[in-house]
Design a protein around this ligand. Structure first.
Ligand code: FAD
Length: 675
């Protein structure tokens, strides 16, 4: 059938419309902010226009997944402003339209704080910018830049994003005004590495750009105004709801999209303690998605939104003399249009401490130095400056004792509250609570509307200090309450949530897509390695294959390596594996390593070596390898075992075997989900 002129015209109009839609939605698509920028700053949010309109000459960009790079960016921005009089702003790539970034003015200094996530990938908020730089950017001859990478050396592609960005900027003709630097979370030196880079950066600003340095003083970017008339009883006051829609109740909260700026408040329908131990705990939870349009696929991660424990909130309030103010309501005013208000306001002090600030993690030396000016008396000021300026003293007296902010300050001041610290300083200097990620341990094929999580509870005594993880203890509290076990939790939480919205066991969650996926062809054999909670997504994989087999699909071999301390203490899902074996038959094998049952410790990497010939045969027949769990040593030791097997079984050098494994990784035949 021939097309006439009218047909062509219609096709042309449709094509143009579709192309326009694709360009609009895909290329530096509409910004999605987690913060609350003022309407003026967002109106026409082209970055270069915003820089010009707000008369800025220093921009600190951050690629952040867990909030660390964002936190560093905010601190650097304040320090550059206070020390060098630069007119600074921080930029989340996903907040701005960056289409004409290549025309940035030579008068703007650009600082890039770039975290590397997973297998050498950019963070979600920097992904589009990195793709643009790689594929579409032309010359960047007017860009003046410096880069600091945040990474973890236990991953093979250490600081890949920071390094690549630094190199690409140079290749595109940009001018580096201070050397590249990088920090290593794997060695626990990230803070110190950042401080070293910052010292060098300041030297470059003074020596190369002739900027004059002044003494550091705190200049607030926000003004807090306590309300004379608003109370917690008012409808528009935030009690710590995850976002504004949960305060106003506007729209259908069961319909997404759900993401890092808007979670789904999911019921938890079932919980169970998985360990058989007096002092260690691991919780299995089932989130019920039915009635919502939140979906996941096997291997994805679920992010659980945290809140702080009652005990930690009280200690923090005591350290800053805030005990009587927890119910007082305030508003925040941005003193600069480019500064975002980090959470919905009006809000109470108590809600900020419970739902928005990371009050328990380790303290940084930088933080102690910045708070010194607000010390409650001369001797505390001297003491905080002593510890803040001495790396060794800081390590011995703060880090090794695992003191958090409140505990450290109370030790330094001998119990006196730091009441003169402005709350604006606290909001601007302390990291904001971030969701914690968990590898989903269910299969979307078997349980479409249920997300399973397997979380080991973080709680230990360091000297007299009780150190607790935020989310895992919250999950344990839920398990105790739901099952009415009568157990006494290590720390307690308000499980009813803001305005009772979390009552009957609910928590805010969202799903993050992952690349950790089973082969598309179910008959491909898989080798699964997951000691401890590393078994979480692998349980999902096995359940998926059981489902496929039950539905008549031909399923390839599934060989699982699992490790823990003792078979009768922390063997996760011990009763389930025999049931899976019943369905999968001889195509399923589980090899276990119980490290504390024999004189010589046995780990999964040893069990893998015991199966050398079988593993080689499976790999020859196209098997995929999946490794999940501890990133610090396990992943590397397991990879070394596979390299040894390939070398021995195929008579090739270990170096060549290593290259082969790397090529498996690029073909997605060797996948890791490690943290
Ligand atoms: P946090 O509050 O984040 O604390 C982290 C650690 O620091 C804890 O050990 C805590 O005790 C310690 N700590 C707290 N305060 C201090 C201090 N002042 N000084 C020193 N140390 C301190 N975990 C699982 O259990 N199962 C999973 O399936 C799983 N999957 C994951 C998948 C991905 C992709 C990622 C990135 C992580 C995954 N994790 C998983 C880890 C998980 O995200 C959390 O990091 C973990 O559960 C701890 O969270 P938390 O809030 O309890 O502890």
């Amino acid at each position: 059938m021939a097309l006439d002129t009218l047909d062509f015209a219609v096709i042309l109009v449709l094509t143009v419309a579709i192309l326009a839609y694709i360009v609009k939605t895909n290329f530096f698509s509409e910004p999605k902010s987690t913060g609350f920028l003022s309407a003026d700053a967002l109106a026409g949010n082209n970055l270069l226009d915003v820089i010009k309109k707000n008369n800025k000459n220093a921009v600190i960009f951050y690629g952040s997944q867990t909030g660390t790079a964002e936190d560093y960016a905010s601190k650097l921005s304040k320090e550059l402003s206070a020390r060098f009089g630069l007119k600074t702003m921080t930029v989340d790539f996903s907040d701005y339209d960056l289409t004409n970034f290549d025309s940035i003015s030579e008068d703007t200094l650009c600082f890039f704080l770039m975290a590397t996530y997973g297998e050498g990938e950019p963070t979600d908020n920097a992904n589009e910018f990195c793709e643009w730089l790689e594929n579409d950017a032309d010359t960047l001859s007017t860009l003046k830049f410096t880069v600091f990478g945040l990474g973890n050396s236990t991953y093979e592609l250490y600081n890949a994003v920071g390094k690549k960005l630094d190199q690409q900027f140079e290749e595109k003709g940009a001018e580096r005004f201070a050397d590249y630097g990088e920090g290593d979370d794997g060695k626990g030196t990230l803070d110190e590495d950042f401080l070293t880079w910052k010292d060098n950066l300041f030297e470059s600003l003074k020596n190369n750009l002739n900027l004059e340095e002044h003494e550091l003083t705190y200049e607030p970017g926000l003004r807090l105004e306590e309300s004379d008339f608003l109370t917690l009883a008012d409808d528009n006051v935030s009690h710590g709801e995850p976002d504004k829609t949960y305060i106003t109740g506007s729209g259908d909260l069961s319909k997404g999209p759900f993401d890092h700026s808007h979670p789904y408040l999911s019921p938890i329908k079932y919980t169970k303690e998985l360990f058989n131990s007096k002092d260690r705990s691991c919780v299995h939870l089932e989130f019920d998605l039915s009635g919502s349009n939140l979906r996941y696929s096997t291997g994805d991660h679920v992010a659980i939104w945290p809140s702080n424990s009652n005990e930690n909130i009280l200690t923090f309030a005591k350290a800053f003399g805030l005990e009587d103010k927890l119910d007082t309501v305030f508003e925040l005013v941005a003193l600069d249009l480019t500064i975002s208000i980090p959470f919905p306001t009006p809000i109470s002090y108590g809600a900020v401490l419970r739902h928005h600030l990371e009050i328990t993690g380790p303290v940084s030396r930088q933080f102690l130095l910045s708070i010194a000016g607000f010390a409650p008396d001369a001797s505390s000021k001297k003491e905080v400056a002593r510890i803040g300026n001495d790396k060794k003293a800081f390590a011995e007296e703060i880090t090794h004792k695992s003191l958090n902010i409140a505990d450290a300050l109370l030790v330094i001041s001998d119990g006196k509250p730091w009441s003169s610290v402005p709350f604006e300083f606290i909001i601007e200097s302390i990291s904001h609570l971030q969701p914690r990620y968990y590898s989903i341990s269910s299969s979307s094929l078997t349980e479409k509307t249920t997300i399973n999580v397997t979380a080991v509870v973080e709680a230990e005594k360091v000297g007299s200090q009780l150190v607790t993880g935020v989310v895992t203890n919250l999950l344990k509290n839920i398990e105790i309450e739901q099952n009415k076990t009568g157990e006494k939790p290590v720390v307690t939480y308000d499980l009813s949530g803001p305005r009772g919205k979390f009552s009957k066991f609910k928590l805010p969650i969202h799903v993050r897509k992952s690349t950790f996926k089973l082969p598309t062809n179910p008959s491909t054999p898989v080798i699964l390695v997951g000691p401890g909670t590393g078994v979480a997504p692998l349980r999902g994989f096995v359940r998926e294959r059981v489902n496929q087999k039950q539905n008549g699909t031909s399923v390839g071999e599934t060989v699982l390596f699992y490790g823990c301390r003792r078979s009768d203490e922390d063997f996760l899902y011990k009763d389930e594996w025999p049931q899976y074996a019943k369905t999968l038959g001889s195509s399923f094998e589980i090899h276990t390593a119980f490290s504390r049952e024999t004189e010589k410790k046995v780990y999964v990497q040893h069990k893998i070596l015991e199966q050398s010939s079988k593993i080689n045969k499976l790999l020859e027949s196209g098997a995929f390898i999946y490794v999940c769990g501890d990133a610090s040593r396990m992943a590397r030791d397991v990879q070394a075992s596979f390299a040894k097997i390939l070398s021995q079984e195929r008579g090739i050098s270990e170096e060549k075997a290593g290259d082969l494994l790397r090529s498996y990784k690029t073909q997605n035949r060797y996948q890791e989900d490690v943290w």
